[in-house]
Design a protein around this ligand. Structure first.
Ligand SMILES: O=P(O)(O)OC[C@H]1O[C@H](OP(=O)(O)OP(=O)(O)O)[C@H](O)[C@@H]1O
Ligand SMILES: Nc1nc2[nH]cnc2c(=O)[nH]1
Ligand SMILES: [Mg+2]
Length: 191
């Protein structure tokens, strides 16, 4: 099966992927819309986009090019899933920002909001550095039945089902980040 048939240039579906949730074309539309929203809201300002490595590196690269107002970018690396499909419950800072956050309009760019642990932790950490404002741009939010997200991002790209998804920066044990689409990983790969 092809992962992106709409364009005619079909991408081959990875054998470990059960089904496609977002095609390359879907992703392009989502990121363009998010860039437009941010450009409108931040006109006349110079936001600092904080990329949450590693997962958000591809999303941020696309989002920055969709933002039409001057902006800066810096990188923070955190990890809580390690090589598994369940959060360890502990967010580990692997790399901190080089840029001063005090007085800045911060936009945290995240690839996925799942349990919300990572974003809750980051918001608290960056709030303590006294930014002028802090908002979240989440490319995807996982819909978990009966559970309200712990964080409400100002900018939401899309909702994904309650399954372990990979691609477009999202990994399992560091693999699949390079898939140009987002798909559900076959459970037999991790069970
Ligand atoms: O809402 P949560 O349950 O906290 O999950 C979301 C986080 O999990 C993933 O990061 P991971 O810890 O796998 O590190 P990675 O970005 O290096 O893959 C993802 O990139 C988010 O940052
Ligand atoms: N790759 C990946 N990382 C996650 N981190 C939290 N949820 C997910 C998910 O569904 N996929
Ligand atoms: Mg990961």
């Amino acid at each position: 099966m092809a992962a992106d048939t709409a364009k005619g240039t079909a991408t081959q579906l990875h054998p470990d992927v059960e089904s496609v949730v977002l095609s390359e074309e879907d992703i392009r539309g989502i990121v363009t819309r998010m860039g437009d929203e941010i450009s409108r809201d931040y006109a006349g300002r110079n936001p600092l986009v904080v990329t949450v490595l590693r997962g958000a590196f591809i999303f941020t690269a696309d989002l920055l090019r969709a933002i039409k107002v001057p902006c800066e970018v810096d990188f923070m690396a955190v990890s809580s899933y390690g090589n598994g499909v369940k959060s360890s419950g502990v967010v580990r800072i692997v790399k901190d920002l080089d840029t001063k956050v005090q007085g800045r309009d911060v936009i945290i760019a995240e690839d996925i909001l799942d349990s919300g642990l990572t974003l809750s932790y980051l918001i608290k950490l960056l709030q303590a550095r006294q930014p002028n404002s802090i908002e979240v741009a989440a490319f995807s939010v996982k819909d978990i039945e009966g559970k309200q997200p712990a964080v409400e991002p100002r900018y939401v790209g899309c909702h994904v089902p309650d399954a372990f998804v990979v691609g477009y920066g999202l990994d399992f044990a560091e693999r699949y980040r390079n898939l140009p689409y987002v798909g559900i990983l076959k459970p037999e790969v991790y069970s």
